[in-house]
Design a protein around this ligand. Structure first.
Ligand code: G3P
Length: 496
C-alpha cells in the first residue's frame, strides 16, 4: 500500500521535499537553502547543478527521516520557481551557463527593443504576458547571444532549454524525458496560451530554434519514471506545475473567482478565471492554471517580485533581525512606522507597475526613526504590494473578493496578516497547511496516479486555521495608502 506522495518544491532560495499522506498532512519535511549568485547589480543566477544536488539530497533525507521506502511513495509531484532558465547539452546533460533567475533584469534592453518595434502587442495577445525581462524568452536569447558556442549548439539541435521542472525531470529520468507542463510553458513568453503550442513568430523574432524546447503536457499526468540509479528505485513522476499555479491548486481554488496569495520570495496573487483567458487592462498577467488532465483553466496573476526576500534582506544584509519570526516581535514593539515607507523594488517593480529600472526606496525618515519602524515598514510593504495587485484584479475581473486565502512562509506572521486584512479591508483566511505550493504539486501527482480520486476528494483536506478580520478605519486606511503610493512614485522616479 502506498503511503505518501512526494512533493519536490524547488523555490528561489531553497530546495525542499515534503512527503504528504492521504489526509494532506506533512509527514516529513527537509529543506536546504542554496547559493544566490549576483554577478552585477540587478543580475541574479543559480548554479543548476546545485539546484539539482540540493533537490535530490532533500528527497533522500525526507524519506530517511521517517524510514520511508521507495515502495511507500505513490508518485512524485514537482513544483518550481518559474521562468528561471537553464540551457544544457542534450548529449552530456551539462549546463552551458548558470541558470538565469526570474529576478534577473539583464535583458531589460531586449524588451525595450521589442516594444520599440511594436512587437509587444503580439506577445500580450498570444502569451497573456506583459513583455518583461522576468520571463524566460529573452533570457534564452541572452544565453544564445553571449555564451560562446551556445548558438551553434542550438542550431545543430544539441542545446536544450528548460525551466526548473524540465531540468529536474531530465535529471530524475537520467535524460530520458524532456518535458514541461502548461503552467511553466505559459511563463516563457514563447507559448501561445490559447492554442497551447510554442509560438513560431515569437521564436523567430527572438532567434530561438524550436528544437531547444520541451514537449508540453498537462500538469497532472505521468511524465515518466525515476531512473533506478538516481533515487534507488522507480517512482512515477506524475505532477508538475509552476509554484504559484501549484499553490492555487493546493488551496483548492478550482472555481472561477477563487483566489489565493502566496508569500514566498515574491508574492503572487492568482485568481482562477475558469476556462476563459481574461485579458488584463490593469497590468496583470493572464496565465494557464494547473488542472487535472483533460481540462484547461486560466488565471489572472499579479506578480510582486520582492516579498519574503525583503525579510531575508533585513536578516542577511542589514542584520537587523536574527530570524524571520523576530520581524513580527520588532514590528509589534511600535505603534506604527512613524511615517517610514520601504518600497523593496530591488529588482524593479512587477505588477501593476512593470518598471524594470525602479529600485528599492526608503522615504519618510525623521530623527525619531528607529530600527523597529524600519522593520515594520518592510513588513507592511508586502501588504501594500498585495493591495496594489488586488485592486487591479478586482477591476479586471469585475469580481469583488470577499476574502483572500493566504499561504507561504510569511503568511505565518500574524502581524502581517492582520495588517493585510486591515489595508485591504477584507478577511484573510489562513489554512492549516500553509505549504500549499508543495501540497498542490502532491495533489496533481496523486490524482494522476489514483492516490486521490478527484478534486472533491482533496477539497475535504482544506481546513481553516485562522481568520483575520479588518479593523482599521477607512480614514486611516486611505491615509496610509496615499503615503504608499507616494513612496512608489519615488521608487519609479529613480528609474532611468
Ligand atoms: O515567478 C517566480 C515565482 O515562481 C517564484 O516563487 O516562491 O520562489 O517566490 P517563490
Amino acid at each position: 500500500m502506498k503511503k505518501y506522495v512526494m512533493a519536490l518544491d524547488q523555490g528561489t532560495t531553497s530546495s525542499r521535499c515534503i512527503l504528504f499522506d492521504k489526509s494532506g498532512h506533512m509527514r516529513s519535511v527537509v529543506q536546504r537553502e542554496f547559493t544566490q549568485i549576483y554577478p552585477k547589480p540587478g543580475w541574479v543566477e543559480h548554479d543548476p547543478l546545485e539546484i539539482w544536488s540540493s533537490q535530490l539530497s532533500v528527497a533522500v533525507e525526507a524519506m530517511g527521516k521517517i524510514g520511508a521506502a521507495i515502495e511507500d511513495i505513490a508518485a512524485i509531484g514537482i513544483t518550481n520557481q518559474r521562468e528561471t532558465t537553464v540551457c544544457f547539452s542534450k548529449k552530456t546533460g551539462k549546463p552551458v551557463y548558470n541558470a538565469i533567475c526570474w529576478q534577473c533584469r539583464r535583458t531589460a534592453d531586449i524588451i525595450e527593443q521589442l516594444k520599440e518595434d511594436g512587437f509587444d502587442s503580439i506577445i500580450r495577445e498570444r502569451t497573456g504576458l506583459v513583455p518583461d525581462a522576468y520571463f524566460s524568452g529573452t533570457k534564452i536569447k541572452w544565453i544564445l547571444d553571449n555564451v560562446e558556442g551556445a548558438r551553434e549548439m542550438a542550431e545543430s539541435g544539441e542545446l536544450l532549454f528548460g525551466t526548473v521542472d524540465t531540468w529536474l525531470i531530465w535529471n530524475l529520468t537520467k535524460g530520458k524525458v524532456f518535458v514541461t507542463d502548461y503552467t511553466n510553458a505559459s511563463r516563457t513568453m514563447l507559448f501561445d496560451i490559447h492554442k497551447r503550442e510554442w509560438d513560431e513568430d515569437i521564436l523567430n523574432r527572438l532567434g530561438i530554434p524550436r528544437s531547444m524546447l520541451p514537449q508540453v503536457k498537462p500538469s497532472s499526468c505521468v511524465y515518466g519514471y525515476t531512473d533506478e540509479s538516481v533515487i534507488g528505485g522507480v517512482i512515477p513522476i506524475a505532477g508538475a506545475a509552476g509554484d504559484q499555479q501549484a499553490a492555487l491548486f493546493g488551496q483548492c481554488c478550482f472555481e472561477a473567482g477563487e483566489a489565493k496569495n502566496t508569500y514566498g520570495t515574491g508574492c503572487f496573487l492568482l485568481m482562477n478565471t475558469g476556462d476563459k483567458a481574461v485579458a488584463s487592462q490593469n497590468g496583470l498577467l493572464t496565465t494557464i492554471a494547473a488542472s487535472t488532465e483533460g481540462e484547461i483553466r486560466y488565471a489572472l496573476e499579479g506578480s510582486v517580485f520582492v516579498a519574503g526576500a525583503a525579510i531575508q534582506w533585513l536578516r542577511d544584509e542589514l542584520r537587523m533581525i536574527k530570524n524571520a519570526p523576530q520581524s513580527q516581535e520588532y514590528a509589534q514593539d511600535v505603534e506604527d512606522t512613524n511615517g517610514v515607507y520601504v518600497v523593496p523594488a530591488f529588482t524593479g517593480l512587477g505588477a501593476p507597475y512593470w518598471n524594470p529600472y525602479a529600485r528599492g526606496t526608503i522615504v519618510g525618515l525623521t530623527r525619531g526613526a528607529r530600527k523597529e519602524h524600519f522593520i515594520r515598514a518592510t513588513l507592511e510593504s508586502l501588504a501594500y504590494q498585495t493591495q496594489d495587485v488586488l485592486e487591479a484584479m478586482e477591476k479586471d475581473s469585475g469580481i469583488t473578493l470577499k476574502n483572500l486565502r493566504v499561504d507561504g512562509g510569511a503568511s505565518a506572521n500574524d502581524f502581517l496578516m492582520q495588517f493585510q486584512a486591515d489595508i485591504m479591508n477584507k478577511e484573510v483566511l489562513r489554512p492549516e497547511c500553509i505549504e500549499t505550493t508543495a501540497l498542490g504539486a502532491a495533489y496533481l501527482a496523486g490524482i494522476a496516479t489514483g492516490f486521490w480520486k478527484d478534486k472533491e476528494d482533496i477539497r475535504k483536506n482544506w481546513f481553516l486555521e485562522k481568520t483575520f478580520l479588518p479593523f482599521m478605519t477607512q480614514e486611516m486606511r486611505q491615509e496610509k495608502l496615499k503615503g504608499w503610493k507616494r513612496a512608489v512614485r519615488c521608487a519609479i522616479a529613480y528609474a532611468k
